[in-house]
Design a protein around this ligand. Structure first.
Ligand SMILES: Cc1ncc(COP(=O)(O)O)c(C=O)c1O
Length: 388
């Protein structure tokens, strides 16, 4: 008998947070006021100058395919951003504009991992990476990390876990779900340890710009051969526009271009012209104001959670997440999240979404909502803990 679906498709896991979000929407439809601290996207609308540039692109008829690697103006603008933010000269030809970081990650894994190989990454970490690797018949090699290494891989862990089938290492800084940031010396040491093993280094820098009280260094400052993944989704507030980029070594570019041509022909044209406006001073001012707002929200939530007995030993320096240890409050983080949603109408994400390591002891709070809503969320948590 023929099989209906491929094993590869059947192995792809769902995003648990999506199940939760679906239920939250049902509760809202029934008239409940749900506090959303589960979703991983800015609550701010796309900045006005970006939206205006998109309208203008449509009016000018800029709606056809572009080159697979993106329009030259945008590749140049991204290169200009590296000069301005990091003092780095990156040739625009080394930048490939993609259909979000999601496509960028899939393409980079398709380029670097052969069937049967594995890519090392931290557990907990962004869940889709394992699924992308499965799609290219490779595997995510999950290495448990804890607060003692700020939830990041270390050179020691890389050396200890390296196997003949390991093709490379994926890092994320700031990381999802922990908000932890790799500083320059740490990045340098990690880059060295991956190089020593003869592997490839990929760094997801998607939450760059969303750091508080400091700027995160790019891995390109310490390792020009690394692959960088970035996106317009988070700092630039353009989640739905589906636009990201890769910075890759020169010899990788033709291969990535071929992958892009075949996967989606070109990134969305209107989004690319809209994104050009994201680098104008007027838009950057808006993003910086939003970053300050996220910083205030982080401080409020962090203080509130700690006061309630949630374990957050290291204050997260970036992204918009707090990964909190709930083991003092429950022995089942997954049920805790569902209970909070059903009974208290507060939506947060269970650790199970991010890996297996101690996943029943952690939940992720997103501070992608206003200070007032965060206060309300904290109040509901207080009530739940009192009642149980
Ligand atoms: C760490 C990380 N990488 C990649 C992505 C995908 O981003 P994009 O919207 O650019 O596809 C996300 C989205 O939440 C993320 O958190």
């Amino acid at each position: 008998m023929t099989k209906d679906w491929s094993s590869r498709a059947l192995d792809i896991e769902s995003f648990k947070v999506m199940d939760l979000l679906k239920r939250a929407r049902e509760l809202e439809a029934a008239g409940c006021d749900v506090v959303h601290m589960e979703v991983g996207e800015p609550d701010f609308p796309t900045a006005a100058p970006v939206a205006a540039a998109a309208r203008e692109a449509i009016d000018r008829g800029l709606t056809q395919y572009t080159p697979a690697a993106g329009v030259p103006e945008l590749r140049q603008a991204i290169a200009g951003f590296y000069r301005q933010r990091y003092g780095l000269d990156i040739a625009p030809e080394r930048i490939i504009v993609t259909a979000g970081a999601s496509a960028a990650l899939l393409m980079v894994f398709a380029l670097l991992a052969d069937a049967g190989q594995q890519f090392m990454m931290a557990d907990p970490g962004y869940p889709c990476n394992r699924q992308f690797l499965r799609l290219v018949e490779a595997r995510g090699q999950l290495v448990p990390v804890d607060a003692d290494s700020n939830f990041q891989l270390t050179p020691r862990l890389v050396a200890e876990h390296w196997r003949p089938a390991t093709a490379g290492v994926l890092l994320a800084s700031p990381a999802n779900p922990t908000g932890s940031v790799l500083h320059e010396a740490e990045l340098r040491a990690l880059a060295q340890s991956v190089r020593a093993q003869g592997g490839r280094l990929v760094v997801d820098e998607l939450y760059h710009g969303l750091t508080y009280g400091m700027d995160a260094p790019t891995v390109l400052q310490v390792d020009p051969q690394a692959f960088v993944i970035n996106s317009f989704s988070k700092y630039f507030g353009m989640t739905g526009w589906r636009l990201g980029w890769i910075v890759a070594p020169e010899d990788a570019i033709p291969h990535l271009e071929r992958l892009a041509q075949n996967l989606y022909i070109s990134p969305t044209t209107v989004s690319q012209y809209a994104a050009l406006a994201a680098f104008e001073p007027e838009a950057l001012e808006i993003f910086e104001a939003r970053r300050r707002a996220f910083g205030e929200r982080r401080d409020l939530l962090l203080k509130g959670l700690r006061a309630l007995g949630f374990g957050v030993p290291v204050a997260p320096e970036g992204a918009f997440y707090i990964y909190a240890d709930v083991s003092a409050l429950t022995d089942n983080a997954f049920d805790f999240c569902w209970d909070l949603l059903e009974r208290d109408h507060l939506a947060v994400t269970p650790g199970l979404d991010f890996g297996r390591h101690r996943c029943n002891e952690f939940v992720r709070f997103s501070y992608t909502t206003s200070l007032e809503r965060i206060e309300l969320g904290l109040e509901r948590l207080r009530r739940r803990l009192k009642a149980s």
